[in-house]
Design a protein around this ligand. Structure first.
Ligand SMILES: [Zn+2]
Length: 279
């Protein structure tokens, strides 16, 4: 496991995301429909995002975007959201116990799932690293830029102890020989989330100029073959910043608009760049 630091603790540790409501768009930023428009949270509400782009997503597209958002939240950030007490619309449904893989002896062949109380649970939080976006690195638009990665950013944390103290203490408490905290990453869903954040933020800040169709294909899940042409990460981590999320428009050239995205930057997470325009 390439975990190298503990997440600091905790509730109230993460700053609040600034609240911002942009002007109404009046059409779906993904498909152009003007029917049944709803407000879009640029960064998911469930990650504490408070930037709202009113009347910008049709019911059909909202279904698609909320589906990959929920996948990211469930697989990659569910534990983190519990840990830092990030918002949920269904607070009552928060589980009190979570399953952990445990072995009770050295010669036990298979891991066994044991329910562990939320406050004792060894959480892992995961972000993928990518290369720089192909469009910025000068790579040609090819068919081999799908949503994959070879490297992950993984951190562990728990509410009441450092991760290194938690694991042995928890093993003793459970009478276990070994514990297997798991890190999950859904790279296609996360790539689509980055594309969605970038496009909606670009529309909010710049307006509805024609952005890359490829990007909406990524967001709507029609074609993920060019993900890494448009989406990438910085080669070096930036220092943690005392804010929840960082979003910025970086002009790359007159024809390419690049959005910088850093989610949960107080945790020292990777920086992403998404090119939203290629005309
Ligand atoms: Zn739509």
């Amino acid at each position: 496991m390439h975990m190298n630091t503990n997440l600091p603790k905790l509730s109230g540790f993460l700053p609040k995301h600034e609240e911002r409501v942009y002007s109404d768009v009046g059409r779906c930023i993904y498909c152009g429909s003007t029917e049944a428009l709803s407000d879009e949270h640029i960064i998911p509400y469930s990650l504490g995002g408070n930037f709202v782009l009113p009347k910008s997503s049709c019911a059909e597209c909202a279904k698609v975007t909320s589906s990959f958002e929920q996948t990211c939240m469930r697989t990659m950030y569910g534990p983190l959201r519990l840990l830092y007490n990030l918002p949920t619309r269904r607070r009552k449904k928060r589980p009190e116990k979570l399953p952990l893989k445990v072995k009770f002896s050295a010669d036990q062949p298979d891991w066994e799932l044991v329910d562990v109380k939320q406050e004792d649970y060894p959480f892992l939080v995961t972000f993928p690293y990518f290369d720089a976006p192909g469009i910025l690195a000068g790579r040609p638009l090819g068919e081999s830029d799908g949503p994959t990665t070879k490297r992950l950013w993984i951190r562990g944390g728990c509410p009441f102890a450092s991760f290194d103290e938690l694991l042995p203490a928890l093993a003793r408490k459970l009478n276990a020989h070994s514990l297997f905290p798991e890190s999950k990453a859904d790279i296609p869903s996360f790539s689509r989330l980055l594309a969605k954040i970038a496009l909606s933020f670009a529309v909010a800040e710049i307006g509805t100029q024609p952005f890359a169709d490829d990007l909406t294909s990524i967001i709507l899940g029609k074609d993920l073959n060019h993900c890494r042409y448009y989406i990438g990460s910085a080669s070096q981590d930036e220092p943690p910043r005392n804010m929840l999320h960082e979003l910025a428009i970086l002009k790359f050239s007159s024809s390419v608009v690049v959005v910088k995205i850093r989610l949960l930057c107080k945790l020292g997470t990777p920086t992403y760049f998404v090119a939203v325009s290629n005309n």
